[in-house]
Design a protein. Sequence first.
Length: 583
Amino acid sequence: MDFAVWAPTAGEVAVHVDGDERPMTRDGDGWWRAPAGGPAHGTRYAFSVDGAGPCPDPRSLWQPDGVHARSAVYDHARHAWGDAGWAGRPLAGAVIYELHVGTFTPAGTLAGAAERLDHLVDLGITHVELMPLAAFDGTHGWGYDGVHLWAVHEPYGGPDALKAFVDACHARGLAVVLDVVYNHLGPSGNRLPQIAPYFAGHHHTPWGAAVNLDGPHSDGVREWIIGNARSWLVDFHLDGLRLDAVHALRDDRALHILEELSAEVDAWSAALGRPLSLIAESDRNDPATVTPRAAGGRGIHAQWNDDLHHALHALLTGERHGYYGDFGDPATLAHALTRMFVHDGGHSAFRGRRHGRPVDTATTPGWRFVCSLQTHDQVGNRARGDRLSPALDPRLLRIGAGLLLSAPSTPMLFMGEEWAAGTPWCYFTSFPDPELGRAVSEGRRGEFAGHGWDTEDVPDPQDPATFTGSRLDWGEREREPHAGMLAWYRALIALRRTQPDIADPRLDRVRCAVDDDAGTIVVHRGGFRVVANLAEERRTVGLDAPVRACALASEDWGPEEGTVAPALPARSLAVLAVGDAPA
């Protein structure tokens, strides 16, 4: 192998290795190379560019000494993979579980997370979605401040631990999706501008200058992103990537980076003989994101859909501040369940304008929309990191879970949601630089003070207790009411797995009837009716066909067979089989 670094505007480049500084030679594509001479696994190296540095490798696979230190040579061949029989899992029919490695277990490592995989298998999960693993400054954080996008954060166990985790998942039939951040880098340890024009001055994002996707020398930046995706999917055997905030990928080229990336991923999938998936987070409500390339879209396989989350959250909690002001009534939830986007071209009071485009429900399957009741964003970006469970009536939690897990979309759970975890999940950081840490703490408190919060009520992100207090308490699973909620989630997922009508992703076959005054909802799912009563009193719900059987109920209740007007207990949900028994 050669030492190599892309630095198209540099006049001279050197590699620092084994105590020596070796000059590098430029080729025609802006790459600089120097013979490596077979360096051993773990050999430290760095680059200096026009006298600046030495800087870590922008494609470093291993930062064992932290993000500011030199990179280490990493030998992929050292790992003996055990997943030769793994055929992969498609997103269609998936149930995703989002977790943060640092707070999922007391160990806070990938090895510790692997020890809890059997719980996910028993729950019925198909895909584990890991929050970002890219190396960042400090020991603990959310991961969205990564600065070495190719390297696994060392406190989590580094690259070897990720491979072992993927092997453990595949052995249990679990696919692995990794959250990756291509729209910005963190504020501490980002040395890319000293090496090459990775950022563009003509585009800006909430985090500063945008990544250079369409300016001079942007070909190399795009190759860096696509190469990173290949590293995770091919070299680390991952099954998919969740792309953070793709609306901040500012790209004015005719061939958008998302379309280019999706074409490459599909080609790798064909070569590997297993499904590879891309899931976008997008604020645009544009179905073109998940429209196939052949039909003129970006070709991303699925996207997060916050509208269903907002509709469920606002309805169950009664919150109407901020963007929740556009949601909250049963009719809005019905729109989200049947058409995915609530904002599909109509007016958004929160934005003060029209927003989004409609989904073609005849051609776009619901599984392309990843929907949730809770996520890291929707929990962690609250002032206290409070989940739904401590404040919400457990009966309403069960209704929310029932509506989510019987919807035509792809459901995603946030770690601990399945047992109504009582622990918060806060925003936390551990920047070693005291000035940066202070700025983060003051900024967080200032943000919520502007919304009327007492700053003393906002946990300090830099306080280690904010991090440790966000760890799951696994002992809760064995105690009530948590054990009962866990049983409810297991039953719902099992029903989704065993009854094709409940998992049917065809949006044009979903109907939803609501009675705003009574607080009742009826969702038509083939031969089933998912009925919910949000009121504090028993409510009679009119059906279009007689009840044949009760498949599942959140309360100890069952309707009379043959009735077309079951009376649901207060704040309850049931999944009812209707009509004649199948032949």
